[in-house]
Write a protein that binds this ligand. Structure first.
Ligand code: SF4
Ligand code: SF4
Length: 419
């Protein structure tokens, strides 16, 4: 009887066999666009995967480097006439090969598994930034010596506490109740967006239920060859949201959504991007939105474009702000390089892709002129791009569309209620 490992290899070979090597995906692949090396293209990677699965190619460091250089952006899937599920194939291959994860990645993965560790991490980061330790560490060169400078540079300028768990009721009779998914990285690094989402939902008349025991969506593990842990995390979230009567479960991180949307069995309410939910929500006639005489460019995350196929709701939501000029950031068909933990594990390629976004803003190559505000629905992209703009000394704000809308509805940054 074939082992689980052999059965997995058979399934992966079947998926790879759908590829007819037509090459239509190749020019859409961001890594191929940078290196012009077939081994850094989807077609080349599938060829190498099959070689590994059939034992014809050794798992040399060079071959693994070409596979690891894949962003998981899934732009190739959009171009593929044979509907090769490249994302599932790449995740399965990493799991099949059970890579030895570098120590840093392991620490990150263990941390995001536990909500208690996440809260502890958030508190430590706030202390680090407020106590002056951050300035000291940056000046002393210690971060460079520890190899942590690149990660540390991604920290947002200000840390806020995530919304408290439990039921947040609006004034008056609610139109309904929605669940709010906090995420792991988002609740630490982008709590402002979660607070903004809560504010807007309550103002529109929705009760917001935030279960205490929810955790990481599992995307980081799934894309890094640890499907077993991704399954455990899925079960944690299924349990956390079970038994609640919800119109929808909304999230403010498209990277998580791509993973949540693929849960089997699914969560007990439809998973919706906050922008999509708000776009269809009731209650708009009763709120006022201040005009904003500015231009905003929308960065469409790979998860929104290539997995959820829902880039438009951010534009529709922003269109509710009077006077705001809205356009797409040039080069939206290409990943910014954030890609989960990619910016940490493949900093060189991540930097090349980020450079394109920086140039798009610098040269004003957006469809509607120069911009000072970039919005994106994925906190990973926001952190990565904001760090790039800061390093270039550029005066560009990066935020979630719901944060910009909330500000125009009277939301001002929630005080750090967790000290
Ligand atoms: S997922 Fe993205 S980086 Fe990876 S092969 Fe496909 S297009 Fe290229
Ligand atoms: S487009 Fe699809 S079938 Fe063609 S080479 Fe790429 S993965 Fe293979």
């Amino acid at each position: 009887m074939p082992s689980d490992h052999d059965q997995q290899a058979t399934q992966l070979r079947q998926e790879a066999a759908r590829c007819v090597a037509c090459g239509l995906c190749v020019p859409h692949c961001p890594t191929y666009r940078k290196t012009f090396n077939e081994a850094d293209s989807p077609r080349g990677r599938i060829f190498m995967m099959v070689g590994l699965l059939e034992g014809r190619l050794p798992s040399s460091p060079e071959l693994l480097h070409h596979l690891d250089l894949c962003l998981g952006c899934r732009a190739c899937e959009q171009a593929c006439p044979s509907k090769v599920a490249y994302g599932r194939l790449a995740d399965g291959m990493r799991d099949w090969m059970s890579p030895v994860q570098p120590r840093l990645r392991k620490v990150l993965f263990v941390s995001v598994r536990s909500p208690r560790l996440l809260s502890g991490g958030a508190g430590l980061l706030r202390f680090y930034q407020r106590s002056g330790a951050q300035k000291l560490a940056r000046r002393s060169g210690l971060l460079d010596r520890l190899g942590l400078a690149a990660i540390e540079a991604q920290l947002p300028a200000h840390h806020h506490a995530a919304p408290t768990t439990g039921l947040h009721l609006p004034a008056g009779t609610p139109h309904g109740t929605v669940g709010l998914f906090l995420g792991c990285v988002a609740r630490i690094f982008d709590a402002q967006t979660l607070n903004a989402a809560l504010f807007v939902l309550n103002r529109l008349g929705y009760a917001v239920d935030i279960p205490a025991h929810q955790g990481c969506c599992g995307a980081l593990h799934q894309h890094n060859g640890d499907l077993g842990t991704a399954d455990i995390l899925r079960q944690v979230n299924l349990n956390a949201f079970a038994g609640r009567i919800l119109s929808a479960i909304v999230h403010a991180a498209s990277g998580c959504a791509a993973s949540l949307a693929e849960y089997q069995p699914p969560l007990n309410a439809p998973i919706m991007d906050i922008s999509t939910f708000l776009d269809q929500a009731e209650g708009w006639p009763s709120v006022s939105i201040a005009p904003l005489d500015s231009a905003v460019s929308v960065h469409e995350s790979c998860a929104s474009r290539n997995v959820l196929h829902d880039s438009q709701s951010a534009y529709s939501l922003l269109a509710r702000i009077p006077n705001l000029v809205i356009g797409a950031l040039a080069g939206n068909d290409q990943c910014c390089g954030a890609a989960g933990s990619y910016a940490l594990t493949q900093p060189k390629m991540a930097g090349l892709l980020l450079r394109d976004k920086i140039e798009a803003v610098k040269t004003g190559t957006v469809s509607h002129g120069r911009t000072r505000i970039i919005v994106t629905s994925n906190p990973g992209c926001a952190l990565h791009m904001a760090a790039g703009f800061r390093a270039e000394g550029m005066d560009v704000e990066v935020m979630h569309p719901v944060t910009l809308l909330a500000k125009q509805m009277g939301y001002f940054e929630v005080p750090n209620n967790a000290g």
